[in-house]
Write a protein that binds this ligand. Structure first.
Ligand code: HEM
Length: 307
């Protein structure tokens, strides 16, 4: 990881808290944001010193409207905009609001809790938390659908290449685009499928996580549509979550990318279909309830924002 960047390249940890915050309408938010920027640097440094083996971190993303309201530098990061919904014939990638997004990771829930709590103390006077998801590592990194999630993620140095902005936008080099969607699964319908049918939805075997051969992999399987080529990758760090009593079991999809256009291409394939109408079968069992794009500044930028 480049020392200046936030922790966008790390591998999935055991526990995660995702938080979305929206600024309240009236208050002046600048001072609280400055305090938050200082806190974020403090939290990350402190976690590294106190719990070096925990791989604990907190990554902050800033939405388009927040960027404007906070009067952060212009011109903006080239692709930072409000996410435009993608409307397919059957399924829609909705767009939802979000000023600040926090991706908190650690091997113990206590560290995640303390980081979230410290952020809440600073933000509560000027903002409201509109979503908070506690994700956990499910067995050998499986989604709640029972399939290993993350296998084809870039590895090693490719993670930096595909997650961080390069020379194409020098003012924002080593920053990232962050795209998130909270999916709720229809597990009753999913469990109604045989294992063989489920494997055709994903395009991989369930027990051993082996990719299907191209001649048997359905063209509407998730990996057939999400794979947009070896040169166009993103770093995913999805986490499952579940609340039985609310019947809300899901996947928090989260991706860091050097360019949002790659994520957009994947989403178009999934929701519109390739060819049009051949949409991703995973969407018949998974509905996105949120969808937002953020920019992830480097620590140097955050340091500038704090003064
Ligand atoms: C692959 C699950 C949404 C992009 C996979 C795999 C699983 C999975 C199980 C196969 C293992 C792996 O390589 O990681 C899910 C679930 C989702 C979801 C449960 C939400 C319901 C998305 C979205 C995108 C995406 C929204 C893109 C915007 C990818 C990519 C791959 C992948 C790029 C690797 C394809 C390849 O090269 O083989 N996903 N995914 N996924 N997914 Fe998803």
């Amino acid at each position: 990881m480049k020392p200046d960047s936030q922790n966008v390249t790390d591998y999935t940890n055991e526990n995660t808290i995702f938080m979305v915050w929206e600024f309240k309408d009236n208050p002046v938010v600048g001072d609280a944001f400055k305090k938050l920027c200082k806190l974020l640097i403090n939290l990350n440094n402190s976690a590294n010193v106190r719990f070096p083996v925990s791989r604990a971190s907190c990554v902050m993303g800033i939405g388009y409207e927040a960027w404007l309201r906070l009067q952060l530098p212009v011109p903006l990061p080239k692709e930072l905009a409000a996410f435009a919904p993608i409307v397919g014939a059957k399924h829609t990638a909705v767009s939802t609001k979000g000023d600040l997004h926090f991706h908190i990771r650690a091997d113990t829930t206590s560290i995640c809790y303390d980081m979230a709590s410290a952020i809440t103390d600073v933000l509560s006077p000027v903002a409201v938390s509109t979503d908070e998801i506690h994700g956990f590592r499910y067995w050998d990194s499986r989604s709640i659908l029972g399939f290993v999630d993350g296998t084809e993620n870039p590895q090693g140095p490719d993670r930096e290449l595909f997650s961080m902005i390069g020379d194409e936008d020098p003012a924002y080099k080593a920053g990232s685009y962050l795209f998130v969607q909270k999916y709720i699964h229809d597990l009753a319908a999913w469990k109604g499928l045989s294992t063989e049918q489920q494997e055709k939805v994903i395009g991989r075997s369930k027990a051993n996580d082996i990719e299907m051969d191209d001649d048997v992999k359905p063209s509407n399987s998730h990996i057939a549509l999400a794979n947009v080529g070896d040169e166009l990758k993103i770093v995913r760090d999805n986490m499952p979550f579940g609340n039985m009593s609310a019947n809300e079991m899901g996947t928090y999809f989260i991706a860091y990318a050097s360019t949002f256009s790659t994520v957009q291409k994947m989403l178009n394939n999934m929701f519109i279909g390739l060819p049009v109408g051949n949409y991703d079968r995973i969407l018949d069992f998974s509905t996105p309830k949120t969808g937002s794009l953020y920019f992830v500044p480097t620590f140097n930028m955050i340091d500038d924002f704090s003064s």
